[in-house]
Ligand binder design. Structure first.
Ligand SMILES: [Zn+2]
Length: 329
């Protein structure tokens, strides 16, 4: 294998926006987002010929890992038994992956983070892998892990949406390319009979606010509102329409994550009522209408599907924001 195979590549890769989903590590590797098929750390040589890490996979490889979305505590590589996965030796900075992550901290190069389904449940995909954008390694140290051996630890912080370097126009264009290349048809209805130009216009209009995560959730629910069951049809072609609602808002001070567990598929009416705090959700996934009287005021179950695991932390953040007095613990 020549040196060129081990060049590090930092930052986003064309055509792959944060939120894009992959079925397997093999698919992640084929997209060149991460060089390895099994190892957690992807490293290569930087411009100075130093080993530097350009991506990691968070998939609960180590019992000491912590994932709070904006901040990740990641355990380095090495010293594990191949069969049991248990730590049986100390980790060292001689390990190429560990050295690479440290180098990326020193040279301030961003690291792509890919989450696998075995990771922290609220932030990880239900199956496969999801590219979650760029993080910065801000600190590394050595400590004794739960198994009693020295482990190399890294603190990574997610770059803000502005720092991710994707303007809304770039996002729109790249998303469009992404969809066309994959042949993804996001709409229900008889799209095949449409003129291509018309279809593209509709796609662009919608993509302005839809990330890959939102599109996935809408497909799971087949564009039916999870709160009121409305299946809204718009236009002469019988196209169905729904909106992706982030439970814990993306912007502002709360900074909720763009993950499936923080997104609902809603009709515009329920979307605006949730966003303004007129509706909220309980920990047992019932919808409460704060302004309804009589029988209408009884909580109704949220519609869901097997693959859509909604994170309770996002429901709680939404209730806190709207100052709902929590009756349940
Ligand atoms: Zn609705």
């Amino acid at each position: 294998m020549g040196m060129s195979a081990y060049r590090a590549f930092f930052g986003h890769l064309d055509g792959y926006l944060p939120g894009v989903h992959f079925e397997s590590r093999q698919a992640v590797k084929a997209a060149r987002l991460h060089k390895e098929r099994e190892a957690g750390i992807s490293w290569g040589l930087d411009e100075d010929g130093q080993r530097a890490a350009d991506a990691i996979v968070l998939n609960q490889g180590y019992e000491d890992d912590l994932d709070n979305w904006d901040e990740v505590i990641y355990t380095g590589a090495g010293g594990r038994d191949r069969n049991t996965g248990r730590q049986v030796e100390d980790q060292t900075w001689e390990n190429r992956g560990n050295a690479g992550l440290r180098r990326s901290r020193i040279s301030s190069r961003p690291v792509r983070v890919i989450r696998g389904s075995a990771g922290q449940e609220d932030y990880s995909p239900v199956n496969g892998y999801r590219y979650d954008g760029l993080y910065q390694v801000v600190e590394e140290w050595v400590e004794v892990g739960k198994a009693g051996f020295r482990i190399c630890r890294f603190r990574l912080r997610r770059l803000s949406d502005e720092e991710q370097g994707l303007t809304s126009v770039e996002r729109k264009i790249r998303d469009l390319i992404d969809e066309q290349e994959r042949g993804v048809v996001d709409e229900e209805g008889d799209g095949a009979s449409e003129a291509p130009v018309q279809r593209r216009a509709v796609t662009v209009e919608r993509i302005v606010r839809d990330t890959a995560v939102v599109r996935r959730v809408k497909r799971w629910h087949e564009y039916v509102c999870q709160i009121c069951a409305l299946s809204l049809t718009v236009g002469a072609e019988g196209k169905r329409y729904a909106e992706g609602a982030h439970i814990q808002a993306l912007g502002g001070s709360t900074r909720g994550p763009d993950v499936e567990g923080n997104v609902l598929c809603l009709c515009p009416n329920c979307h605006v009522r949730l966003d303004r705090g007129a509706l909220y959700l309980t920990d047992d996934f019932h919808v409460v209408d704060r302004y309804a009287d009589g029988p209408e005021s009884l909580p109704t179950p949220l519609r869901t599907t097997a693959q859509h695991h909604i994170g309770k932390r996002f429901l709680r953040a939404h209730r806190r924001f709207w100052r709902v007095i929590d009756q349940e613990s």
